[in-house]
Design a protein around this ligand. Structure first.
Ligand code: AMP
Ligand code: MG
Length: 282
């Protein structure tokens, strides 16, 4: 799948027309069953790469998930990222800001959750809500939110320059029909009912406004250091396949290495041999 990354990345400065992208795209696999061995091998590889990142403690990874309601953000976290070791991996969800958060600049609540060296952080929604829902519902004046694209780019560049953070941003793109099908599943399946929110149908009415806000976000904030990927997400298995592939490609390009032991191994081996002799003697 060498070209998948190139196909899905938003080139810095380019304009994406979402209506020209097929949310039902599924690459060369025909079914979940057919894709499963690839997804599983990606997940295993991702686990090894994260272990390496944790051990090396030089780089860090920030994964940003955005999408329309029922786009599959929780599913990505559950299916793919559970392969990672929980030490060194954190998930943060961003909901409506609290009154205290609203009394600060919009990045204030985000900064404490970025990954430290060796860590992976996953954002389920993010600072991008401040140019999405805030824009669509006019929660702040245009003069305020329109400045935020630049502020976000500066913030993300700072994470990269100052802390070696790789940033991967995934926009999960589903069709309006698929969203309705998923809302129906939530109604019909008692195990999913907890996900129903009264705002789901209200937000759906703003679909074209959200598409416009997403398009501008993709145009203004896909950068070399923090690119956006548009993930066709009608097929959950393709979404998982694409995201795990992109994460692995990015982590592999960091050329990470296990650190050298901080102790003299020959010395420690002698101590082990002595301990073994003592254990046998007792
Ligand atoms: P959910 O992800 O379904 O739990 O919903 C979280 C809700 O919080 C969504 O409706 C978001 O639009 C909303 N939200 C997240 N960040 C912000 C923000 N900065 N301003 C306003 N609403 C937000
Ligand atoms: Mg929701």
């Amino acid at each position: 799948m060498p070209n998948l990354l190139n196909k899905l990345v938003v080139r810095p400065g380019s304009r994406v027309k979402l209506r020209d992208i097929d949310p039902g795209y599924h690459g060369h696999h025909e079914s979940h069953q057919e894709a499963l061995p690839d997804i599983q091998s990606h997940v295993q590889k991702m686990d090894r790469l994260q272990y390496l990142m944790y051990a090396e403690r030089k780089h860090s990874l920030l994964i940003v998930l955005q999408g329309l309601d029922a786009g599959g953000k929780d599913g990505v976290i559950r299916h793919i990222l559970t392969g990672m070791n929980p030490s060194g991996c954190r998930v943060t969800g961003f909901k409506q800001p609290t009154p205290e958060e609203l009394d600060h600049d919009f990045l204030w609540r985000v900064h404490p959750h970025v990954p430290g060296r060796g860590e992976v952080a996953i954002f389920n929604r993010s600072h991008y809500e401040d140019v999405l829902v805030v824009r669509v519902h006019e929660l702040a004046p245009a003069t305020v939110w329109s400045e935020r694209y630049r502020l976000i780019n500066d913030f993300e560049k700072q994470l990269y320059v100052e802390n070696g953070t790789t940033i991967l941003k995934f926009f999960l793109y589903i069709s309006k029909e698929e969203q309705l099908a998923r809302f129906k599943q939530r109604l019909d399946d008692p195990a999913r009912r907890w996900k129903i929110s009264s705002s789901d149908y209200k937000e759906r009415k703003f679909w074209p406004h959200y598409i416009q806000a997403f398009e501008e976000m993709l145009h203004r904030t896909s950068t070399k250091h923090a690119p956006w990927y548009v993930i066709p997400a009608n097929h959950k298995w393709f979404r998982d396949l694409a995201i795990s592939h992109i994460i692995n490609q990015s982590l592999e390009s960091l050329d990470m290495k296990l650190p050298k032991p901080t102790v003299n191994i020959a010395d420690i081996r002698r101590q082990y041999d002595l301990a073994q002799v003592a254990a046998k003697a007792s």
